[in-house]
Design a protein around this ligand. Structure first.
Ligand SMILES: *Cc1c(COP(=O)(O)O)cnc(C)c1O
Length: 462
């Protein structure tokens, strides 16, 4: 009989059971739902078992497990999406939900959501109505077009237009415009899925009128122009402008579709001219499409404006039904378009207000915020104020930067560390980090955000 042989015990045995850990979390004063406590405990214990198995480390204490399981369960129970403070200065931040709606649009959404409505009911005749008639009429009026149509988002608008006007046939587009937007919208792939044949013309940096003209053949159905929403071409470049392209289309009997990406119905100083949709139609596009939640400042939607014949064709495509806009977005869009019609858009839409806020106002806001943050930070951080160029972002306005004002916070605990804590605050704060400093850009702070920011910093600098 061997003696003195120590049997090494399996350290995994030191871990509690799922039920026991869930119970312990509950007894620690946590009032979250049982399913979340159990799921969190199970996931954490799986991870710990694996960690102990491969690294031979000691099992964590029960107290430590409780804290971790509780944090996991809390994360599971947060609503999603939930409010965050956008301190990046990027007005149209796709990951942060793009355009915030105006309060009036929010109220319109709430009213449409809470009850019945005449969504597809004609109150005069008492018969079935059309969900689009009202917004389509307003869009056509604003854009100076014969007709208009709305769908779920601009990607859907592009698919619908391509599939309707060119299914099984050729669409001619410049190599300089085969863009990818946000990783999931790539022009060549969208064209393939829409059932059209891509005919690329020109080169990456230069495309000439003769490139388009030479590509026209018996199978051609459409000319496509795509806005380079998220990059700029500079240097030795050439592109065919809209009137020239429209002339080529007219000569060969081909319609011209422009995917504007970002479009609006006001001309604001400092914003690029090509985003002004009415002008694109005047310059010769037969159809233009753009997003509702970029520069327009409304809900997610895809807006199509153009000739009555083309819009009619699009409307009759069975895909239009699959891509239709829901009633909540429709309500927000209708309110937003009313603001443009009333001439109050620049004043009422958060996106337009943020983009046109004067530098002096931004500076005042930055200084006021810096004072409050410096007071609560004490020795835990150095706080300064300075100007900073910030991109407008959101795949909207390539290379366009606006001079903004930022509060730069240099925490003793390290900027990345504090940035992580700010994201874990009751109202999470998303800020840029540069050169060991957190940059709080005041341009994108909305009503109530300053208080949320202060609270987040109070916790993060503790
Ligand atoms: C943003 C963008 C799209 C996609 O629009 P969504 O509304 O996000 O679907 C398509 N084309 C261009 C040129 C864009 O900038």
């Amino acid at each position: 009989m061997k003696t003195g042989h120590k049997v090494k015990s399996d350290p995994r045995r030191g871990l509690p059971s799922v039920e026991r850990l869930a119970q312990a979390v509950r007894q620690s004063g946590c009032e979250l739902a049982d399913w979340a406590l159990r799921d969190a405990a199970r996931a954490l214990l799986d991870q710990e078992r694996e960690r102990v198995r491969i690294s031979d480390k000691a099992t964590p204490t029960l107290e430590n497990l409780i804290v971790q399981a509780r944090a996991r369960a809390e994360a599971m129970c947060h609503p999603h999406p939930r409010r965050v403070v956008n301190a990046t200065g990027i007005v149209l931040h796709t990951n942060l939900g793009r355009a915030p709606l105006a309060p009036g649009a929010v109220a319109a959404v709430a009213a449409a959501a809470a009850g019945y409505s005449d969504l597809e009911f004609d109150l005069v005749s008492g018969k079935r109505g059309d969900r689009q008639t009202a917004v389509a009429g307003k869009l056509a009026r604003l854009g100076g077009s014969e007709a208009a149509l709305v769908v779920n988002n601009n990607a859907a608008a592009v698919v619908l237009a391509l599939n309707t006007l060119a299914r099984g046939r050729e669409v001619i587009v410049s190599r300089g415009e085969l863009v990818e937007i946000g990783g999931s919208f790539r022009v060549p792939e969208i064209m393939h899925r829409a059932g059209v044949k891509l005919v690329e013309v020109g080169s990456t940096n230069r495309t000439h009128p003769r490139d388009y003209a030479n590509a026209v053949g018996p199978d051609s159905a459409l000319l496509l122009k795509v806005h380079r929403s998220n990059f700029a071409l500079s240097g030795f470049t050439a592109e065919v402008d809209l009137p020239e392209l429209a002339a080529i289309g007219a000569e060969h009997g081909l319609p011209l579709l422009e995917d504007l990406g970002s479009g609006t119905f006001v001309e604001l100083p400092g914003l690029p001219r090509e985003a002004y949709a009415p002008e694109r139609l005047r310059l010769g596009a037969d159809l233009v499409c753009f997003s509702g939640d970029k520069l327009l400042g409304g809900p997610q939607a895809g807006l199509l404006l153009g000739s009555g014949a083309h819009i009619d064709e699009l409307r009759r495509n069975p895909l239009a039904r699959a891509l239709r806009l829901d009633k909540l977005s429709l309500a927000a869009l209708d309110w937003t378009l009313d603001a443009y019609l009333a001439g109050t858009a620049a004043r009422e839409l958060p996106v337009l207000r943020q983009l046109s806020e004067p530098s002096e106002r931004l500076e005042l806001r930055a200084r006021a915020l810096a004072e409050r943050l410096a007071k609560l930070a004490g020795a835990a951080a150095r706080v300064e104020v300075h100007t900073q160029p910030s991109p407008v972002g959101g795949g909207s306005l390539p290379g366009l930067e606006l001079a903004s004002w930022v509060v730069a916070v240099e925490p003793a605990a390290g900027a990345e560390r504090v940035a992580g804590r700010l994201r874990a605050a009751p109202v999470p704060v998303v800020a840029r980090v540069r050169d060991a400093r957190l940059l709080i850009d005041v341009r994108t702070l909305l009503d109530g955000d300053a208080e949320a920011l202060e609270e987040a910093f109070r916790l993060a600098l503790r």
